[in-house]
Design a protein around this ligand. Sequence first.
Ligand SMILES: NC(=O)C1=CN([C@@H]2O[C@H](COP(=O)(O)OP(=O)(O)OC[C@H]3O[C@@H](n4cnc5c(N)ncnc54)[C@H](OP(=O)(O)O)[C@@H]3O)[C@@H](O)[C@H]2O)C=CC1
Ligand SMILES: O=C([O-])CC(=O)C(=O)O
Length: 274
Amino acid sequence: MTDQNAQNELRVAIAGLGSIGSKIAAALDQGVEGLTLSAIAVRDPAKHQAFLSGLRRPPQILAIDQLGDAADIVVECAPSSQLRAIVEPAVKRGRAAVVVSVGGLLDNFDLVDLARTNGGRILVPTGALIGLDAVNAAVVGTIHSVKMVTRKPIDGLKGAPFIVENNIDIDNLREPLKLFEGSAREAAKGFPANVNVAVALSLAGIGPDRTQMQVWADPTVTRNVHRIEVEADSARFSMGIENIPSENPKTGMITALSVIALLRKQRATLCVGT
Ligand SMILES: NC(=O)C1=CN([C@@H]2O[C@H](COP(=O)(O)OP(=O)(O)OC[C@H]3O[C@@H](n4cnc5c(N)ncnc54)[C@H](OP(=O)(O)O)[C@@H]3O)[C@@H](O)[C@H]2O)C=CC1
Ligand SMILES: O=C([O-])CC(=O)C(=O)O
């Protein structure tokens, strides 16, 4: 373990204290090597007062567009509608932005150029998925196809724009129903709070137009289930993950843990996995 002093520590700010952000804040407050929780942004600070005052070192509360002033790394854990307001000012200041609302990046891809121009970075964690290390490796060669199938319990899909716009009744389903089949880009439009994982997979691999996906509403499952098949010139692999939903039924518990793992790597002496 290193013996970094406080001046060497990377300051981390978090936008959004929902199911993902609150876990990351608590972990940072408990202590992650070389990192300090410096600031947070929330919609309604009063709602989070009890949580914040329970932290050992309560962070500053700032507006979402000011987080980059107080941090080296800004972690976006808010609805995708807020992505630009959080990430743009951070990368303009040359900060790193960790993005969990990955689907929102597709309509804001100029942020990547903005980060490049200003010395900032955009980091996408594996999140609720698995195996992006293998996809990153395979795409150094040639990936022929990536197919993903997502099954979620009814509560995890309620309110998705695709379901609302097509007037699909999922409340009374007794067996699995395939709601959608198409590209990851189209899936992200129809299910913005459900298929960030497919967009992360696509950005790691062959892009949002060539990554194929199905979305199923499945009353027989209690977990968010994702299965992936990759066919490449170096390997063929199948991956699957069955996520226990967090207090937000759309979001798997492992998502916050994946971000914490990514943050740990920023200052870890021993890093394992790409
Ligand atoms: N990459 C991945 O693998 C995954 C990504 N996600 C995505 O991660 C994101 C966060 O998910 P999750 O934590 O479950 O969501 P939650 O709904 O639990 O939390 C969202 C948080 O954002 C806050 N918020 C909303 N608007 C604003 C605003 N204008 N300014 C500041 N804060 C705001 C909310 O505030 P308040 O508490 O006041 O309502 C809430 O604290 C979502 O976009 C989700 O789709 C989810 C699962 C997997
Ligand atoms: O948590 C999950 O299983 C996946 C998810 O919601 C997302 O990708 O947005």
